[in-house]
Design a protein around this ligand. Structure first.
Ligand SMILES: Cc1cc2nc3c(=O)[nH]c(=O)nc-3n(C[C@H](O)[C@H](O)[C@H](O)COP(=O)(O)OP(=O)(O)OC[C@H]3O[C@@H](n4cnc5c(N)ncnc54)[C@H](O)[C@@H]3O)c2cc1C
Length: 81
């Protein structure tokens, strides 16, 4: 018998009215850059996807790091807007 223990959900209620949310449950981002609707604010991991896997959270972090680097250098790619 396999009992799935994955099912926790992120509490993003503190972001309501500050950052755009998807159905009030996760942080909405541009999937190409992990950028939220607020300039300079990026998100990734379960807070964006809902319950997922470590590797997906790490991949989102990598993508966000590259986008943050571009943002800080003032180089916004067409995809990250
Ligand atoms: C029981 C269980 C088993 C799992 N097993 C696996 C597995 O075998 N393999 C796998 O790949 N994935 C597994 N997962 C999924 C994996 O743990 C997550 O996908 C991954 O941890 C997501 O990483 P994250 O950085 O997005 O979020 P998290 O690892 O949850 O990190 C979020 C961090 O933010 C902190 N935080 C939250 N709110 C605030 C706040 N308001 N202010 C400051 N800090 C805050 C939290 O304390 C936490 O440290 C499992 C999940 C669960 C629940």
């Amino acid at each position: 018998m396999i009992i799935s223990a994955i099912g926790e959900v992120p509490d993003v209620s503190f972001l309501e009215g500050k950052v755009e949310l998807a159905a009030g449950k996760t942080v909405k981002v541009n999937p190409a850059s992990q950028a939220t609707n607020v300039a300079g604010v990026f998100a990734g991991g379960d807070a964006v996807t809902g319950p997922a896997t470590v590797i997906e959270a790490i991949a989102a972090g990598r993508k966000a790091a590259a986008a943050i680097d571009r943002f800080l250098k003032g180089r916004r790619s067409r995809k990250s807007r």
